[in-house]
Design a protein around this ligand. Structure first.
Ligand code: WAQ
Ligand code: MG
Length: 267
């Protein structure tokens, strides 16, 4: 069996305020040994050339993963919705969430929570799907999902390209493709947790206004979710009332997960 490695990168700006420095970008992969070197190079390039600013510190951490501990999951189904305005995109997100067991209050509070962040968080807010209360208590750090990837890079790329063709969405630039790929992997891992209800996300990259809502086993790509030039984005993970929070957060942060090739291979 191949040896798998979790590779994580976190880039931060200079720590001027004594709070660890502003988060610029991060990336988490789970790859076989032969791909570690290429992934390190991609991460280095990404950390060095991010629109958020100059990285002052770049942390890269590699952990060997016991392949017997890896859980294989299916990807979410992919759909795409485009609107003329941010207002419509956000309203459609609320409507989708409401159709899948998230209350109007919770959906609206989540939208507002992301939109009013003073600066980007590193991770996601965990929110009760009915009350809309934030549950994780982790402040600006939030919950950072890691140790996830696709099982077979080549087949997964084809799978994504097919979806893009079918939905006539542009993954034309390598950057857009990378964002879509990472978001789908993250959302699919998130959705496989017990007590998960859905997710709301848009990027903090100023020039990336597409976001998504995950619910009902589907990744609904939605644009636009914010105005171009806006540097605020974030993620909310909804959980059902009474869900085993500690267990879910531990799964999100630590359980190695691969989107299994059997669901993405050539059809
Ligand atoms: N775990 C939890 N939260 C995360 C993680 C993670 N591994 N990575 C990012 N976040 C949170 C964090 O608060 C970031 O500020 C926020 O999400 C946005 O991160 O075309 O690019 O990496 O289909 O800017 C969605 C649409 C793109 C993709 C999302 O997010 C598409 C994106 P970004
Ligand atoms: Mg970003």
């Amino acid at each position: 069996m191949a040896d798998w490695f979790s590779v994580r990168m976190r880039a931060t700006e200079e720590d001027i305020l004594g709070d660890g420095g502003r988060h610029i970008s991060g990336c988490e992969r789970l790859v076989t040994e032969d791909r570690v070197h290429a992934v390190l190079e991609q991460m280095w390039r990404r950390a060095k050339s991010h629109e958020h600013g100059n990285a002052h510190a770049i942390n890269i951490r590699i952990d060997a993963i016991d392949s017997a501990s890896i859980r294989r999951i299916p990807p979410l189904a992919i759909e795409s919705l485009a609107y003329a305005t941010v207002k419509e995109g956000r309203a459609a997100s609320c409507a989708l969430l409401e159709r899948h067991g998230i209350s109007k209050t919770a959906a609206q509070r989540a939208l507002a929570a992301i939109a009013t962040l003073p600066r980007s968080m590193r991770g996601a807010m965990v929110v009760d799907a009915i009350s809309g209360e934030r549950l994780d208590g982790l402040g600006e750090r939030g919950v950072r999902l890691s140790r996830m990837d696709c099982e077979n890079e080549e087949n997964f790329t084809k799978f994504l390209q097919n979806a893009m063709l079918r939905l006539a969405i542009g993954g034309d630039t390598p950057r857009a493709m990378a964002k879509f790929r990472e978001a789908l992997v993250l959302a699919s891992k998130a959705a496989a947790a017990p007590g998960y209800a859905g997710e709301l996300c848009w990027s903090d990259d100023p020039n990336y206004s597409t976001g998504y809502v995950a619910c009902g086993k589907t990744y609904h790509r939605i644009s636009p979710m914010k105005e171009p030039g806006n540097p605020i984005g974030g993620r909310v993970l909804f959980v059902r009332p009474g869900a085993p929070l500690a267990e879910i957060i531990d799964y999100w942060q630590r359980q190695p997960v691969l989107v299994a090739d059997e669901f993405c291979g050539p059809s």
